[in-house]
Design a protein around this ligand. Structure first.
Ligand SMILES: *Cc1c(COP(=O)(O)O)cnc(C)c1O
Length: 434
C-alpha cells in the first residue's frame, strides 16, 4: 500500500501522526476520526510555496466545508490561510478560528438574504453567482449604506474528468454565470452605488487528477479578466477555486495525483503572462479543500461481526452516517486492519456499516488479512467530506474526533450523546402529558 505521509506501519500496527491507531481506538472508543495535524500544516506550506515560486501575491482560502472542525480551521488560520465559506455558519466558524475577514470569500449559488446582509455588515467579500443575487445585494447595500466588494463566479463551461456530482464548471452546472453573460454582469455592477466589483472567481470541480482542466479554466478566466479590465474594473483578486485531487486508490492501479508543484507549473505561468499582457496585478487566490485535509485523517471502526454467506461481510460500527462518500459518489477509500497492518492478505471482504440500508457499504471486495470481531479497520483518506458530511441517521450520535501531533493525541471533538441528538426536539402542546 502506497501510504500517505500521515501514516506508517510499525510493530504490526497502523500509526497516524505517530500514534498507534489500535491504542487510540481502545482509549477513545470507536468509531473515531483521527487527524494528523502536522500533515495539514505541511500541506499548507507546500501548496503556498509551490504557487509563490511563480507569483508573489498568493492567498490560499481553505474550503471550510471539507472539514470544518474549529481546531483544524485554527491550525490553518495560524498558517495564514483564508477561507472559502458557504454559509453564515461557516463564516462564523472562520472568524472564531481567527481567520481575518479580508481573507474570506462568501461563496454559493443560493445565499439567503440574511447571509448577504451579514456578509455586507462584516465587510466580507462576496462571490456573486447570478444577476438576480447582484440586484438583491444592491438593495441590501443601499439599505445599509455600506459598500460590498464582490467578484462574480464565472462558469468556464469546461468538462472535467471527475464524478458528475462534483463537476461544477460544466455547461449545465447550477454554479456560476456563463462567460457570454459575464460582461453584462460586471457592467451592471459598475453602475451600482455601493457595489465594488474587484474580483473574479471560478471552481471547476473536485477530485480532479489532471492539471490540464485547471490550466484551461485559468485561460478562460484571464481572458475574461482582460475584458472586464477594459470595462473599467480594477481586479484585486482572481480566484481559481479548489479541486486538486488526492490518490484514493493506493494499492492496485494506484492513482497518479498531480502535486501542488505540478498544479502551480501548469496554471500560474498562464496567470502571470495574462497579467503582464493586460497590465494588471490582482492577487492569485486558490481554494483547496480536499488536498489540504483529505489524507490527514483515518476513520477507525471496530468489527462487530464477520458474516460468511454468498460473500464475506465485515460488519463494522461506522457506516454512511459517518462517511457518506462511498454511498453518495461511489468513492473509493482504502481500508486496512489497523491492528494487523503487516499480516498478509488472506481473503476478499466487504466492509459494511451498521445503517439500515443496502447501500451502506464502505469498501466492497477488498483483500485483507484474516479479520475477526474486535479488529480495528482503518478507512484511509477520510479527512475531507467525512465528518463534515456526517449525519445522525438511524439515531446514531456522531463519533469523536482526535487530533494527533507527533504521537500526542487529544480529543478535538467529543462523541455526541443521545441527549445532544435530541436536544432540539419540541413537544407540541397536544402531545404533552398533563
Ligand atoms: C468545494 C469547493 C472548493 C473545494 O474543493 P476541493 O475539491 O475540496 O478542493 C473550493 N471552492 C468552492 C467554491 C467549492 O465549492
Amino acid at each position: 500500500m502506497n501510504l500517505p505521509t500521515s501514516l506508517e506501519v510499525k510493530n504490526g500496527h497502523l500509526f497516524c501522526g505517530g500514534a498507534d491507531c489500535a491504542a487510540l481506538a481502545e482509549k477513545f472508543g470507536t468509531p473515531l476520526y483521527v487527524t494528523d495535524e502536522v500533515h495539514i500544516k505541511e500541506n499548507f506550506r507546500r501548496y503556498e510555496a509551490a504557487l509563490k515560486k511563480y507569483t508573489p501575491n498568493v492567498q490560499l482560502l481553505y474550503a471550510a466545508k471539507a472539514n470544518e472542525n474549529p481546531v483544524i480551521l485554527q491550525t490553518l488560520a495560524e498558517e495564514g490561510a483564508g477561507a472559502d465559506i458557504f454559509s453564515a455558519g461557516e463564516l462564523r466558524e472562520a472568524l472564531d478560528a481567527g481567520i481575518s475577514p479580508e481573507k474570506l470569500l462568501f461563496n454559493g449559488s443560493s445565499k439567503t438574504e440574511e447571509d448577504l446582509r451579514t456578509a455586507v455588515k462584516l465587510g466580507i467579500k462576496i462571490s456573486v453567482d447570478s444577476v438576480d443575487e447582484l440586484r438583491l445585494l444592491d438593495a441590501i447595500t443601499k439599505e445599509l449604506k455600506k459598500t460590498a466588494k464582490i467578484g462574480f463566479r464565472v462558469n468556464p463551461e469546461i468538462d472535467v474528468p471527475t464524478h458528475p456530482k462534483i463537476a461544477t464548471g460544466i455547461k449545465n452546472s447550477k454554479f456560476g454565470i456563463p462567460a457570454e453573460m459575464i460582461l453584462d454582469a460586471y457592467r451592471e455592477a459598475l453602475g451600482m452605488e455601493y457595489i465594488n466589483p474587484v474580483g473574479m472567481h471560478c471552481h471547476i470541480g473536485s477530485q480532479i487528477l489532471e492539471t490540464e482542466p485547471f490550466k484551461i479554466a485559468c485561460k478562460v478566466l484571464m481572458d475574461t479578466a482582460a475584458a472586464v479590465t477594459a470595462l473599467g474594473v480594477k481586479l484585486e483578486f482572481v480566484d481559481f477555486g479548489g479541486g486538486l485531487g488526492i490518490p484514493y486508490h493506493r494499492k492496485e492501479n494506484p492513482d497518479r495525483a498531480p502535486t501542488p508543484e505540478e498544479y502551480a507549473a501548469a496554471v500560474t505561468p498562464v496567470f502571470v503572462e495574462a497579467c503582464k499582457n493586460t497590465g494588471i496585478s490582482p492577487a492569485f487566490w486558490v481554494e483547496p479543500g480536499r488536498w489540504m485535509v483529505g489524507e490527514s485523517t483515518v476513520l477507525l471502526t471496530k468489527v462487530n461481526s464477520v458474516k460468511r454467506v454468498h460473500k464475506t461481510f465485515v460488519n463494522v460500527d461506522a457506516g454512511f452516517n459517518l462517511l457518506i462518500r462511498p454511498a453518495m459518489y461511489d468513492s473509493w477509500h482504502e481500508v486496512m486492519a489497523a491492528n494487523k497492518a503487516d499480516l498478509p492478505d488472506r481473503e476478499l471482504y466487504t466492509v459494511t456499516g451498521p445503517i439500515c440500508e443496502t447501500g451502506d457499504i464502505i469498501a466492497a471486495d477488498r483483500m485483507l488479512p484474516e479479520i475477526c470481531a474486535k479488529d480495528i479497520i482503518a478507512v484511509l483518506d477520510a479527512g475531507a467530506y467525512g465528518y463534515a458530511m456526517s449525519s445522525q441517521y438511524n439515531a446514531r450520535p456522531r463519533c469523536a474526533e482526535v487530533l494527533v501531533n507527533n504521537g500526542k493525541a487529544e480529543l478535538m471533538r467529543r462523541a455526541e450523546t443521545y441527549e445532544d441528538m435530541t436536544a432540539a426536539v419540541q413537544i407540541p402542546s397536544w402531545h404533552k402529558k398533563p
